[in-house]
Design a protein around this ligand. Structure first.
Ligand code: HEM
Length: 150
């Protein structure tokens, strides 16, 4: 059974050379956390508080936002930073709690695969989004005002 080292026991370096990925992961969690506070609260304020508030959110609202490269980059950063942050956090939890090395590998693989799929799909949605799709006449009102008449 393993025990926790006494608080004043000497620091035992387990890795002598090469990149210390655990250290960079630790730094990434803090740096991305700070940036995410700005991105998430900015996102919530613009979508739910400013202007008409939450009642304004519909297809045209999203289309209008993604017509601007500023909001495309904002949402892209939020997507990438939050998913990498969440996946790395889940990796830490799996390392701490998984009872067998094989289970740990499987769970880390599942977290990595789901984060990768969501990052790829989300990025595609942001950059291939069509703000003016062809719709039936009764749905024309849902399109943004800048779409040409159909
Ligand atoms: C509001 C912005 C956020 C801030 C300031 C923040 C900050 C942090 C920090 C500093 C840690 C490291 C804690 C530690 O090492 O003990 C952490 C861990 C974690 N974060 Fe975030 N985070 C934010 C948003 C998110 C989001 C959006 C997700 C999900 C996608 C998320 C999921 C996690 C997970 C799963 C962990 C690991 C928890 C653990 O080790 O017990 N966080 N967060």
């Amino acid at each position: 059974m393993s025990t926790v080292d006494a608080p004043r026991s000497p620091y035992a370096r387990t890795q002598r050379s090469g990149t210390n990925w655990e250290k960079w992961g630790w730094m990434y969690m803090r740096a991305s956390g700070v940036v995410l506070v700005v991105l998430i609260f900015g996102h919530l304020f613009v979508n739910m508080v400013s202007g008409e508030g939450v009642r304004a959110i519909d297809f045209a609202f999203v289309a209008g936002k993604w017509a601007s490269p500023f909001w495309q980059v904002w949402d892209l950063l939020m997507l990438w930073l939050a998913l990498i942050h969440g996946a790395n956090g889940m990796r830490t939890i799996i390392n701490d709690y998984s009872s067998s090395p094989v289970l740990g590998k499987v769970l880390r693989g599942a977290v990595f695969a789901s984060a990768a799929v969501l990052i790829i799909l989300g990025t595609l949605v942001i950059f291939t989004f069509d703000p003016c799709p062809s719709v039936s006449p009764d749905q024309l009102g849902m399109l943004p005002s800048f779409c040409p008449p159909q």
